[in-house]
Design a binder for this molecule. Structure first.
Ligand SMILES: Cc1ncc(COP(=O)(O)O)c(C=O)c1O
Length: 440
């Protein structure tokens, strides 16, 4: 038995069927570029860029070097009351790429922490302006905002909420999701139908009174639920309704930021500017855990009042702005710029779309969705066994085709490298087709 497999029992794996997994573990021990390697020397192509994280490829030499240097020169420095040069530099870097008026950045260690930070900032902002009655938070059905109590509560994915139903934070409501397979199946890019679903927010404003709502949080394009691009006009409509009622609009861009949609932030691709943007993943290419919450100036300014010797926001993490993570972030931003990664990502979109939609005729497939370099192939569930077909496809890809493919139930999700090699991308989809052909 390999070292990794022998020790596995102690490891309670996240979002994994532990017993099933441990009966035949899939253990990775190395990575380089677009491939993983296993202890027994197999080489697997990664169709998911880590977990939507590693857009420029694994072990990018420039990021590796920056991390190695940093850990040997300043390994840790708190950012409470003193700070470090790398965190300052990275805050400047990520805000200078952001839409105009979003010039402040709060560091976290993950997407979940970015979301809970954003919710707290929105609540604190209203309170600082004397509107402390604005306490209600609105999420969306099928939304994924991580696993902490705030993010889980505004999230809308049933299995993530079910066991904690009585413990979700109070004062949360949800607008309807935008998935409409009847009208929009097999749409390439943004679906035509459904902008009116944003008006569900107006319904909640009528129910609770808009003056009681602090914030609305949505993924501008839903990812983890199985890639649901927003209908044409939907995000614009949400923005309008938030403006009408003075509600803070939060885009959760933990997936959408940093090139996945061919731009620095999804907001820029969609041409809709929220008040707060949450990020993580591509901030450091997944190399060191880190998140960042980008905040509109008017929100930051609202906190900057009262006695100057007082802390304005009682919030922060031991590792907020960790210098090694920040060094990884800076090197990642350099790679994005120097290698024209966002442009490369845009140039791959058409091929990616065509490859995904070539599955439209497959007997198991009931929908294909894509936008930017995010895509999903949705299969019909096996009667009485939802998720079985997707799970089997994942395992067959791994064992028979040397391919890492992510499935969420019966939806195969794809997040190709932003600098994918077109031939490798094509070969990976040919392998996926062989697998789908081979399963019942
Ligand atoms: C939109 C969104 N928000 C939040 C998260 C949570 O991020 P993390 O797993 O880093 O806590 C994710 C993770 O996939 C995500 O996709």
């Amino acid at each position: 038995m390999s070292t990794a497999a022998k020790d596995l029992d102690a490891f309670w794996m996240p979002f994994t069927a532990n017993r099933d997994f441990k009966s035949k573990p899939r253990v990775i021990s190395g990575a380089s570029g677009h491939h993983y390697t296993t202890e027994d020397g197999r080489r697997l192509y990664d169709t998911f860029s880590g977990l939507w994280t590693s857009g420029v490829g694994h072990c990018h030499p420039k990021i590796v070097e920056a991390v190695q240097k940093q850990v040997a020169s300043l390994d840790y420095c708190m950012t409470f009351q003193v700070t470090n040069n790398k965190a300052i530099e990275l805050a400047h870097r990520v805000t200078s790429m952001a839409p105009a008026g979003i010039d402040h950045c709060f560091f976290t260690n993950s997407g979940s922490e970015s979301v809970d930070t954003a919710l707290k900032i929105a609540l604190g902002y209203h309170r600082a302006r004397g509107e402390g009655n604005r306490t209600r938070l609105i999420g969306r059905e099928r939304g994924y905002h991580g696993v902490n109590f705030g993010g889980m509560s505004v999230g809308g994915i049933l299995p993530n909420r079910k066991a904690f139903s009585a413990n979700l934070i109070p004062g949360v409501d949800h607008i309807r999701h935008t998935h409409d397979i009847e009208r929009n199946a097999f749409t390439r890019g943004l679906p035509k139908h459904g902008a009116e679903l944003a008006d569900d927010l107006t319904r909640l404003c009528a129910l609770h009174d808009g003056s009681n709502i602090a914030a609305v949080i949505v993924e501008p394009i839903a990812g983890s639920t199985g890639v649901l691009p927003p209908p044409v006009g939907y995000l614009e409509r949400l923005r309008e309704i938030c403006d009408t009622h003075g509600i803070v609009l939060i885009f959760d861009e933990v997936i959408a930021a940093f090139g996945r949609l061919g731009t620095g932030y999804g907001a820029q691709r969609f041409g809709v500017t929220p008040d707060i943007i949450t990020t993580a993943k591509g901030l450091t290419n997944g190399v060191i855990p880190m998140g960042a919450v980008l905040v509109r100036d008017s929100i930051y300014d609202a906190f900057m009042q009262g006695p100057e010797n007082m802390i304005e926001l009682f919030h922060g993490y031991t590792y907020s702005g960790h210098p090694v993570a920040a060094a990884a972030g800076l090197a990642t931003m350099d790679v994005y710029d120097e290698e024209g990664i966002f442009e490369q990502s845009r140039n791959l979109e058409q091929q990616f779309e065509d490859l995904l939609h070539s599955f439209a005729d497959h007997k198991h497939v009931i929908d294909v969705r894509n936008y930017g370099l995010m895509g999903a192939i949705e299969m019909s569930p096996r009667p009485g066994a939802p998720g079985a077909r997707g799970g089997e496809a994942h395992k067959k890809c791994f064992w028979d085709e040397n391919l890492v493919v992510r499935n969420g139930m019966d939806i195969l999700q794809f997040s190709p490298f932003l600098n994918s090699n077109p031939d490798e991308m094509e070969a990976s989809f040919a392998a996926v087709r062989r697998v789908l052909d081979s399963i019942e």
